[in-house]
Design a protein around this ligand. Structure first.
Ligand code: HEM
Length: 477
C-alpha cells in the first residue's frame, strides 16, 4: 500500500523486531518508549505487528470511535488450550459466539441483582478475614496483608462460583490455589510460537512450555470436572442461592437464550477460568496497593478511618449498604486504580478492519495494547501525576466505568470488564472493613519511606507489589 501512514516505530532488530525493548516490566518500558515515539506507536514483536496506545485521546479514538473495528482478541497460543480453544468470554474472538456468551454473563452472572444476592458470602468471608487479623492484633505481630487479601478474594470467588466454602468443601483448596497459580504462570510465560510462526513451537517444545501447559490444562480440567459432577449428582443438597455453576448448567440443559452456538460443559469450564483469573487477583491487588499507599500517608489513612467510623458507628462491621456513603474511600480507590491499574495493558485487542488513529493507519489483524498504566501517569491528563492525591477526584465527574479515557482500570467499549460492579463492591467492602476494625502501624523500626512500592517483574496480565505488605494491626472495634 503506497500511501500508508504507519505509526512511528523505534529501530528494530532482524527477526525479533522490538521484542528486546520490552524489559521485565513491559508497561513501564512501553511508557518510556512512548515519551519518544508518541502516544500511537507501532512495534513488531517478532512477526506480530502491535500498536501501543498511551494517551487518553488516542484511547478514546480506538475504544470508542473505532470500537467495532478493534474489538476482537488476537488468537494467542498461551490462552488457546486453557480456554478450550477460545470457548470462554475474555479471549474469544469478536463474533456471534462472543456476543451470546457475553450477554449471558452480563445478565446472569454479573448483574447487580446477582451480585447483591451474594451479600452473605461477602460478609461471611470478610468476618473470617477480620477474625484472623484479630489474632495478630492481640499479639501485636505483623500481618501479611497480601496473603490475607488474596485468601479473601479467592474464598469469595470460590463460594460464588462453586456454592461452597473452602472450609466446608471436599475440595482441597491448597490444590485449587496451586492449579490457579499454575494457570496464571503458564498464561504469562514467554511463548515463542506467539511471535515466530512455523519455528516458535520448536522452541516451546524444547523449553518444556508445551508439556507444562498440557499438564496445567489437565489438572485444571480435572478440577472443574469434579466440581461440575458434584453439582450434577442427585444426592447434592440444594443451596439457598444458585451458584455460578448452577446458573451455567441450567443454561446448558435448556439451551435457552443462547443463539446459534451450542453450549457444553467445556464452555462452563472456560468461563469458570475467566472468573478465577479475572476475579481473584484484580481485587486483591487493588486492596494491597491502596493499603500500601495509605500506610505511607498516615494522615490520609486517618481521614479514611474517620469517615468509615463516623458513618458506621458502633455497628461492629461495615456491610454492603454502608459503602455508598464512603465518598473519601471511593476517591482513594480511584486514585489507586489510576496509579496501579491491576491489568496495566488491559487485555490485548485485535483489529478487524482498517481505521485511523491520530492520522495513522491501523490495518486488520494488528494487535492493539492500551497502556492504562501510562495513561494514568500522563501529565496531559493529570496534574502531579506521580503523587497519590485522592482529593483530585473531589467534585470530579471522572469514574472508572470506561467513559473517561484518562482512567481505564476496567477497559472500555464492547470489551469493557463485565464485572465492574462485582470488582468494586469487593474492593470497597474489603478496604472499608480493614479501616474500620483496625488501626495500622508499621513493623518495628520501619519508616513510611521504607515501604517498597516497586512492582514485581513478569509477563503476567496483572501487576503485583514486589514484596508482600506487612503491617501491625491494633483492634479498634
Ligand atoms: C478490580 C477488579 C477488576 C479489574 C480492575 C478488572 C479489569 C479488567 C480489564 C482491564 C479487562 C479488559 C477490558 C478490555 O479489554 O478493554 C477485563 C475484562 C474482563 N473481566 Fe475484569 N476486572 C476486575 C474484576 C473482574 C471480576 C470480579 C471478574 C469475574 C468474576 C472479571 C471478569 C472479566 C471478564 C470475563 C473479562 C473479559 C470481557 C470480554 O472480553 O468481553 N473481572 N477486566
Amino acid at each position: 500500500k503506497q500511501n500508508k501512514n504507519l505509526p512511528p516505530s523505534p529501530p528494530k532488530l532482524p527477526f525479533i523486531g522490538h521484542l528486546h525493548q520490552l524489559g521485565p516490566l513491559p508497561h513501564q518500558s512501553l511508557w518510556q518508549l512512548s515519551k519518544k515515539y508518541g502516544p500511537v506507536m507501532l512495534l513488531r514483536l517478532g512477526y506480530l505487528p502491535t500498536v501501543i496506545i498511551s494517551s487518553a485521546e488516542a484511547a478514546k479514538v480506538v475504544l470508542k470511535t473505532h470500537d467495532l473495528s478493534s474489538c476482537s482478541r488476537p488468537p494467542l497460543h498461551g490462552p488457546r488450550r486453557l480456554t478450550y480453544n477460545f470457548r470462554d468470554l475474555a479471549f474469544a474472538p469478536y463474533g456471534e459466539y462472543w456476543r451470546e456468551i457475553r450477554k449471558i454473563c452480563v445478565l446472569e452472572l454479573f448483574s447487580v441483582r446477582r451480585v447483591q444476592s451474594y451479600w452473605s458470602v461477602r460478609e461471611e468471608e470478610i468476618t473470617r478475614l477480620i477474625n484472623s487479623i484479630s489474632h495478630h492484633a492481640s499479639s501485636s505481630s505483623p500481618v501479611d496483608l497480601t496473603e490475607k487479601l488474596f485468601a479473601l478474594t479467592a474464598g469469595m470467588i470460590f463460594r460464588i462460583a462453586f456454592g461452597t466454602s473452602f472450609q466446608g468443601s471436599d475440595f482441597n483448596h491448597t490444590r485449587f490455589n496451586e492449579v490457579v497459580q499454575a494457570v496464571e504462570a503458564t498464561m504469562g510465560s514467554f511463548c515463542a510460537a506467539e511471535y515466530f510462526p512455523y519455528v516458535g513451537w520448536i522452541v516451546d517444545r524444547l523449553s518444556g512450555l508445551q508439556e507444562r501447559r498440557e499438564k496445567v490444562f489437565r489438572d485444571m480440567d480435572t478440577f472443574f470436572q469434579s466440581v461440575i459432577d458434584d453439582h450434577l449428582s442427585p444426592g447434592r443438597t440444594k443451596q439457598q442461592h444458585d451458584d455460578i455453576i448452577d446458573v451455567l448448567l441450567k443454561i446448558v440443559k435448556e439451551q435457552e437464550g443462547f443463539g446459534a452456538a451450542h453450549l457444553t460443559e467445556e464452555n462452563i469450564k472456560a468461563v469458570l477460568l475467566n472468573i478465577f483469573l479475572g476475579g481473584v487477583d484484580t481485587a486483591a491487588l487493588t486492596m494491597v496497593w491502596a493499603m500500601a499507599e495509605l500506610a505511607k500517608r498516615p494522615s490520609l489513612m486517618k481521614k479514611a478511618q474517620d469517615e468509615v467510623r463516623n458513618c458506621v458507628g458502633n455497628k461492629g462491621k461495615v456491610t454492603d449498604g454502608d459503602t455508598d456513603q464512603l465518598h473519601y474511600l471511593k476517591m482513594i480507590i480511584k486514585e489507586t486504580f489510576r496509579l496501579h491499574p491491576p491489568a496495566p495493558l488491559l487485555l490485548a485487542r485485535e483489529s478487524i478492519s482498517h481505521f485511523e488513529v491520530n492520522g495513522y493507519d491501523i490495518y486488520p489483524k494488528t494487535m492493539i495494547q492500551v497502556n492504562a498504566w501510562a495513561i494514568g501517569r500522563d501529565p496531559e491528563s493529570w496534574k502531579d501525576p506521580e503523587e497519590f492525591i485522592p482529593e483530585r477526584f473531589m467534585d470530579s465527574p471522572i469514574d472508572v466505568k470506561g467513559q473517561h479515557f484518562e482512567l481505564l482500570p476496567f477497559g472500555s467499549g464492547r470489551r469493557v470488564c463485565p464485572a465492574i460492579y462485582m470488582g468494586t463492591t469487593t474492593v470497597e467492602l474489603g478496604l472499608a472493613n480493614l479501616l474500620y476494625s483496625f488501626d495500622w502501624k508499621l513493623p518495628n523500626g520501619m519508616k513510611e519511606e521504607d515501604i517498597d512500592m516497586e512492582e514485581s517483574a513478569g509477563l503476567s496480565l496483572t501487576i503485583s507489589k514486589r514484596t508482600p505488605l506487612k503491617l501491625v494491626p491494633e483492634k479498634h472495634f
